[in-house]
Design a protein around this ligand. Structure first.
Ligand code: GUN
Length: 296
């Protein structure tokens, strides 16, 4: 059987279309979901991500506030800005783009956001709720992964999922999501990281292998079980003089060698990447509903 290429771009478009319907439904209750995106500094990648988030809001009829501050902004001023957004009843989601400049404490900033508006799902209240299985706002990138798998007609329940990477943004919430009950989870979960001995032994046990390491083309064919579902969370720029921009994007998976071994695989670009913004739209709709006491 040919390997199934999981089309993140198409699935993300489907999820944005669903969010658009939900936004139209909310307008009947006189609610327009609004996402505030805060960017500190001029990092080109962060600027591009923020741009794509604002564009997605426009596309689905959601309001957005793009708030840009200079890189030397004082942390206290950012905290005051968050307080203002927390108190603003017309704002339902608050996202502070990471990474922040070095003089700021990301933990303190993250904890200042009202958990009800924490559409990144990074606040310790939401992290705690996720870990004990209470419905809450969950991090966008890992939340999109079961969506991609299930919407591609693939089973998750009972599978052994191996996550490579233990970041707070992807690896750890991914484990919490995969271990929940329900058809978009119910996996046996292993987490591998830089302290793991004999990494390939573990990755070769995976029915679902999720790579979130941040190292270009790290996962090779001899680390993957025949027929595994391979999800590549990495987006890495590698120099390529033949490309117009002087670089190309590759994932954490060596796609060319792994694709023939896998039963299904996400490409880079066009895999996990577009899902993150789509899930952010879904989270903002969810926050708006929960804040207004509507069913989610
Ligand atoms: N920087 C990289 N990924 C993310 C994300 O998911 N949310 C925020 N706020 N910043 C990021």
């Amino acid at each position: 059987m040919p390997t199934q290429i999981i089309d993140g771009k198409a699935i993300a478009a489907e999820i944005r279309a669903e969010a658009k319907v939900a936004v139209a439904e909310l307008s009947k209750h006189d609610i327009q979901p609004c996402l505030a995106v805060v960017l500190v500094g001029e990092d080109p990648a962060s600027k591009a991500y923020v741009g794509s988030k604002v564009k997605a809001c426009e596309e689905i009829g959601m309001k957005s506030l793009k708030i840009v501050h200079s890189v030397d902004m004082a942390e206290d001023d950012l905290l005051a800005q968050i307080d203002e957004l927390n108190a603003d009843a017309s704002v339902h989601g608050i996202l502070v783009q990471l990474p922040l400049p070095k003089h700021m404490d990301e933990e303190r900033v993250t904890e200042r956001i009202d958990p009800a508006k924490d559409v990144d799902g990074f606040h310790p209240v939401n992290v705690g709720k996720l870990s004990i299985g209470i419905d809450c706002l969950t991090p966008c990138t890992p939340t999109g992964i079961p969506e991609m798998i299930v919407r591609s007609g693939l089973e998750m329940s009972g599978k052994h999922a191996v996550v490579i990477g233990r970041s707070n943004i992807v690896g750890k919430p991914m484990m919490s999501l995969l271990v929940q009950k329900g058809h978009k989870a119910n996996c046996t979960v292993t987490c591998c990281h830089s302290g793991t001995k004999d990494l390939a032994y573990h990755t070769k046990q995976a029915d679902i292998l999720i790579a979130a390491i941040g190292v270009p083309e790290f996962v090779k064919a001899d680390m993957v079980k025949e027929g595994a579902i391979v999800i590549d969370v990495g987006i890495n720029r590698v120099e390529d003089e033949s490309a117009a921009k002087g670089y190309r994007l590759v994932g954490d998976v060596d796609y060319a060698s792994v694709e023939p071994v896998a039963s299904a695989i996400t490409p880079v670009p066009g895999g996990v990447g577009p899902m993150t913004v789509a899930m952010l739209m879904g989270n903002t709709v969810k926050a708006a509903k929960m804040i207004n006491g509507l069913p989610v």
